[in-house]
Design a protein around this ligand. Structure first.
Ligand SMILES: Cc1cc2nc3c(=O)[nH]c(=O)nc-3n(C[C@H](O)[C@H](O)[C@H](O)COP(=O)(O)O)c2cc1C
Length: 172
């Protein structure tokens, strides 16, 4: 068994273009991760968000180290995941565009951690950073969830480079 593992670890990685093409097959929920450090606030569109455990309630987000949000989350020590509603597609584009002060014209309030929480979303989870793991170009931040809000709105989805709207299933 050990011999087999050693051989597998010596396999070459697939090429980047092929990796991206394959990952485009995956449908993901679109979120905006908000952060704050002192007077500076930010939000970035993100799909790399995942539940980690219920005990304690925790989630992870995967953030490019070159993004402005990375340092705000690392130094500010908290973040919020705002799950976008189907009708908030414009926000997905807005928060991917690195505009100056992107929250300025977006309806939001300050959450319990002080990070901005966007109004009209499906749900929001506010987190305190517990762990950071750097890997390649990105960092994985694991956050303990300290406040949530949820609604029965339908989420915005992303697949193959496009945003998608979910239809409510009959009886749902
Ligand atoms: C649909 C979509 C999903 C994205 N998911 C992520 C993600 O999970 N992690 C990440 O680091 N960047 C992700 N991005 C890219 C960031 O939104 C983008 O780089 C943004 O400009 C970063 O903003 P900032 O530099 O102000 O933090 C995504 C972009 C789009 C359009």
């Amino acid at each position: 068994m050990k011999q087999e593992l050693r051989e597998a670890s010596s396999l070459a990685s697939i090429d980047e273009a092929r990796f991206k093409a394959t990952m485009r097959c995956m449908a993901s929920t679109v979120t905006v991760i908000t952060s704050r450090l002192g007077a500076v606030t930010n939000g970035m569109t993100a799909t790399a968000v995942c539940s980690v455990s219920a005990t304690p309630p925790s989630i992870l987000v995967v953030i490019n180290q070159s993004s402005r949000s990375h340092d705000l989350i690392e130094q500010g020590g908290s973040f919020a995941v705002n799950i976008l509603a189907a009708e908030q597609a414009a926000l997905a584009h807005h928060f991917a565009a690195k505009t100056d002060d992107p929250l300025q014209e977006v309806d939001h309030r300050s959450g319990v951690t002080g990070v901005p929480v966007i109004e009209g979303c499906v749900a929001q989870l506010e987190c305190v950073v517990e762990t950071k793991v750097a890997t390649g170009t990105h960092s994985i931040f694991i956050g303990r969830v300290v406040a949530v809000e949820e609604t029965d709105r339908l989420p915005l989805m992303y697949r193959n480079g496009k945003v998608l709207w979910l239809e409510r299933a009959s009886g749902g």
